[in-house]
Design a protein around this ligand. Structure first.
Ligand code: UDP
Ligand code: MG
Length: 322
């Protein structure tokens, strides 16, 4: 009988920190300093995988300087801006650690929490979510809309997507490998993280305002992100469209009965025009809306069916990788 060789990790990297960077040059040196201080305390071998997501400023130059000074900084330069989710995917694909921690470059996710995440991982958890207790530096409207978003998506979706958890979390190697198996091109990472499951626990922290630079999210992008999340993880809008159609036809049917009866009882002085227009427009609107919902999903199928890669790498800068 052959016995399976034990699963071995050729890597000597314990912890991979994954940082997507899009125009973050002002944040990078502070980020590196804080991370290396924290990692020194932990004492595990580590790497920092920085993904340059088509930055227009000198982010790449600064990353390469860091890489030259400290070979633990690995730089992945994407061919253009692919968006945060794709950049994060690229980073996770290149991580060699026994666990991976996605962390924003703007220091909104304080690296000082990493020891707590790692401690939970060592207790045996596969996924450790860093849950925000507060959101400093964010407007009332942004907080309220985020809250509403989580309520809606969790009602509509079978996967429980934890509120107030960004991408900042720890994933063990097995959770990471599971995540890498998910084939979708359009990646709503928060949802995918939740979908893979595994033994999960939480750690709580206070979210800081951005260290420098501006957020790339305006309300239109946030709205699209929310729609992305809902259409990735729920088919309820499709069902709603059907129910709405059914409800409207029912109303129309009742109205028709009432019309017949009233014509029989009161006769028919020609005055149906306004009601006709109302019905027509209403039905037209409902149909367009339902078509729009179907179109949205159809678009997703189209996009997935093209099977394009999630990101393209221009160059990977690393030292002595196996
Ligand atoms: N980011 C990226 N590509 C983009 C937009 C953002 O890699 O197209 C990175 C960005 O550099 C940061 C992280 O994603 O490290 C979060 O971005 P941001 O701080 O703008 O988002 P917010 O914290 O407001 O959600
Ligand atoms: Mg941020």
């Amino acid at each position: 009988m052959f016995s399976e060789p034990p699963l071995q990790h050729a890597s000597s990297v314990g912890i991979s920190i994954i940082t997507p960077c899009h125009n973050e040059s002002e944040n990078l040196s502070a980020l590196y300093t804080r991370i290396s201080t924290v990692m020194k305390q932990i004492g595990e071998p580590w790497e920092m995988v920085c993904v340059n997501d088509g930055s227009k400023d000198d982010t790449l130059v600064r990353l390469l300087t860091l890489h030259r000074e400290d070979p633990r900084v690995v730089v992945i330069d994407l061919s253009r801006n692919f968006g945060k989710e794709a950049a994060l995917t690229a980073g996770l694909d290149h991580a060699r650690g026994d666990c991976a921690i996605p962390l924003d470059a703007d220091l909104q996710d304080p690296p000082e929490i990493i020891p707590e995440l790692v401690a939970k991982w060592k207790e045996g958890y596969d996924v450790v979510n860093a849950v925000r207790l507060s959101r400093d530096g964010e407007s009332w409207f942004k907080r309220a809309s985020a809250h509403a978003f989580y309520r809606v998506i969790n009602r509509m979706s079978d996967v429980e997507i934890p509120a107030d958890t960004g991408d900042f979390r720890l994933l063990s190697r097995s959770a990471l490998e599971a995540l890498k198996k998910l084939p979708e091109r359009r990646r709503f990472m928060k949802g995918l993280f939740a979908w893979v499951g595994f033994r999960t626990t939480n750690v709580y922290y206070h979210r800081e305002p951005r260290y420098a630079g501006k957020t790339k999210w305006n309300y239109w992008r946030l709205w699209n992100f929310a729609m992305e999340g809902i259409t990735s993880f729920s088919q309820v809008p499709l069902q709603l469209a059907a129910y709405l159609g059914f409800f409207v036809s029912l109303l129309a049917f009742l109205y028709a009965i009432w019309l017949v009866i009233s014509t029989l009882v009161y006769g028919n002085p020609v005055k149906g025009y306004p009601s006709m227009m109302v019905t027509l427009l209403f039905l037209g609107g409902v149909q367009l809306m339902a078509l729009g919902v179907i179109g949205e999903y159809l678009g997703r199928i189209y996009e997935e069916s093209k099977r394009r890669p999630v990101y393209l790498v221009r160059q990977v800068y690393h030292s002595n990788r196996n």
